[in-house]
Design a protein around this ligand. Structure first.
Ligand SMILES: NC(=O)c1ccc[n+]([C@@H]2O[C@H](COP(=O)([O-])OP(=O)(O)OC[C@H]3O[C@@H](n4cnc5c(N)ncnc54)[C@H](OP(=O)(O)O)[C@@H]3O)[C@@H](O)[C@H]2O)c1
Length: 330
């Protein structure tokens, strides 16, 4: 099969697009013909070697896939050849990545793809929506009527958080770096969308939510607690989930006197059972037409290095070049 893999960590040029042996599905695995994969910032960190990861080379990149079951192992109960499926959380804990024409995936990680949704849209919703669901439902315990703020409402995670928070009944404030992105945020359902380059975001948040923000979801890699804690409501919750190198100062006084809490999490720590519960809700909301993918562009898997360069410039370099997911087609 063709795959995009690395033999060593380094810049995007270390990505090889070439031939690897076809995987053989185990008893509880399905062999999936991959229809589409996408790029997540974590793929970039792994390829760069900037986070600790046990990699056995050649290492196939990629966390997510959407495709069709070609073959089901003898012990597989839930899927059969021809079923359309999606998965996230591959390419970690010894599981091979997804950037290939074929992938052998344990059925515990597979979810059915809702009827009518293409592989490109499905894969673009996978990791980011599982992340949003775990954060909003499990950690932030977001309630209907509460105010949620998230930076980057057209980003991978941000666009999922905006849509899901609306589904959960929250009033949503978000930002974008251009007027075009701001209007895309409104189309995703945001009640208030602000241009963080041209508007006074903090003043607008205070005007929208005089009692403060109940849930502040920070997507930025340098959280600024000096700024955000004064904007939190009594018993406000803050989600932090990015920025491994971040070492911001933390104003304890203004935080504890409002009974606030801060919760960090990484979606890859969630078990397959926990992720399945998120996936079930995601599938239901897709089927109901409530959750839409934001695909910035579709490239060929052979352009994996270019896709990585673009993702790195956008997420880490804050180039603003992307307004959604990069999807790759094997
Ligand atoms: N902990 C977890 O489980 C988990 C899961 C997924 C991702 N992550 C992490 O979460 C972060 C975001 O991931 P992603 O996939 O959403 O990345 P992304 O698609 O690149 O989104 C980044 C967002 O940040 C916004 N942004 C950049 N500079 C900003 C600024 N100064 N003010 C306000 N917004 C700004 C961008 O908005 P514009 O485009 O409008 O500039 C963009 O929407 C990454 O660091 C990733 O590693 C963590």
């Amino acid at each position: 099969m063709k795959a995009a893999f690395i033999k060593q960590t380094g810049p995007p040029e270390v990505i090889v697009y070439g031939d690897l042996p076809d995987p053989k599905p185990g008893r509880k695995q399905c062999l999936v013909k991959v229809g589409a994969v996408d790029v997540n910032p974590i793929d970039v960190y792994i390829r760069r070697g900037s986070i600790p990861a046990k990699l056995s080379f050649p290492f196939i990149l990629g966390r997510d896939l959407a495709g069709t079951v070609l073959e089901a192992g003898a012990g597989v109960k839930s899927f059969k050849p021809g079923d359309r499926v999606w998965a996230t959380s591959q390419g970690t804990d010894g599981r091979p990545g997804t950037f290939a024409e074929l992938a052998a995936v344990h059925e515990r990680w597979l979810n059915p793809t809702p009827t009518g949704l293409g592989d490109e849209a499905m894969v673009a919703l996978s990791l980011v929506c599982v992340t949003a669901h775990i954060g909003l439902v499990h950690y932030a315990n977001l309630k209907a009527g509460e105010v949620l703020f998230v930076n980057g409402g057209t980003g991978g995670v941000g666009s999922s958080v905006v849509q899901m928070a609306k589904i959960l009944g929250a009033r949503v404030v978000t930002t974008g770096g251009t007027d075009e992105k701001v209007s895309a945020c409104r189309q995703l359902g945001a009640d208030l969308a602000l241009n963080y380059n041209t508007q006074n975001v903090d003043a607008a948040i205070k005007g929208f939510a005089p009692e403060g923000v109940n849930v502040w979801w920070e997507t930025l890699r340098e959280p600024n607690f000096e700024r955000t804690i004064p904007l939190l409501a009594l018993r406000g919750r803050m989600i932090v989930m990015a920025g491994r190198e971040a070492r911001p100062t933390f104003p304890v006084g203004p935080f504890y006197v409002k009974d606030c809490s801060v919760q960090g999490f990484a979606m890859f720590n969630a078990s397959s059972r926990e992720q399945r519960s998120a996936a079930n809700a995601i599938n239901r909301w897709i089927a109901e037409g409530k959750l839409k993918a934001r695909v910035d562009r579709v490239l060929s898997l052979s352009q994996a290095a270019e896709a990585h360069r673009l993702q790195e410039e956008s997420t880490m370099g804050r180039s603003g070049a992307l307004a959604g997911k990069i999807v790759l087609k094997p």
